[in-house]
Write a protein that binds this ligand. Structure first.
Ligand code: G4P
Length: 196
């Protein structure tokens, strides 16, 4: 079991509806020592790639991606969620449907901050159905840049996002993959991964 899985078992709370609450250390209150360890682990896993930019989506991805960008010594850009339909031509736009929140957002990144031929590492806290990640991938590709990898802190392996995105040929590294959880007993089952 790796450092993150241990922390999830210690402080994560399984809620009904297959929701894992990790707000005491990851996405509300943030344990910065843990985030630094997460960032070092992503650096180790993507070290061979010529990453020139880290991309994430607001809100919870930002704090994590900032530390990852520092490890790589590159800038971090976050996609903004926009309700407006009047997005000008200076922006890359993708549509993201959230199954959890049952809403639809446009996500936008200014063309100034994503150049053709850049090598992008996408970072996010959760991968569930993969809509946010697919939106970020589509933005990178509209810019003519390369997705060198996707680093996810917690993947919900029983939802289809991870499988779908790996099947499209992208390199996805998830530090913890939850294959099952039970809100009645509080039990969490992680997938065995060779990288740990
Ligand atoms: P998807 O992007 O993978 O398709 O995920 P989905 O629509 O199902 O999830 C929408 C939001 O809910 C995302 O955050 C995602 O990170 C979060 N989420 C999904 N499953 C869980 C879970 O089990 N626990 C927690 N804590 N969050 C989960 P978001 O709307 O982008 O929110 P934020 O980043 O602005 O906080």
């Amino acid at each position: 079991m790796n450092f993150l899985e241990k922390r999830i078992l210690k402080d994560g709370i399984v809620k009904s509806g297959n929701v894992l609450k990790v707000d005491s250390f990851l996405n509300h209150q943030m344990d910065i020592t843990l985030i630094e360890e997460i960032a070092r682990e992503f650096k180790r896993r993507f070290d061979k790639k010529p990453i020139s930019k880290v991309l994430t989506i607001e809100a919870s991805g930002i704090g994590i991606a900032a530390f990852v960008a520092k490890e790589f010594g590159v800038p971090m850009v976050f996609a903004k969620k926009s309700k407006s339909i009047n997005v000008d031509g200076e922006m890359y736009v993708a549509e993201v449907v959230s199954f959890t929140h049952k809403n639809k957002n446009q996500i936008i990144v200014s063309k100034k901050f994503l150049q053709q031929d850049e090598h992008v590492l996408i970072i996010d806290d959760f991968l569930a159905n993969g809509c946010a990640l697919q939106g970020l991938i589509s933005i990178v590709e509209s810019a003519g840049a390369v997705v060198d990898g996707c680093g996810i802190v917690i993947e919900k392996g029983f939802q289809y996002g991870g499988r779908a995105i790996r099947n499209m040929g992208y390199h996805v590294e998830s530090l913890a993959i939850v294959d099952a959880m039970d809100s009645e007993t509080g039990s969490i089952t992680f997938r065995d991964q060779k990288n740990d």
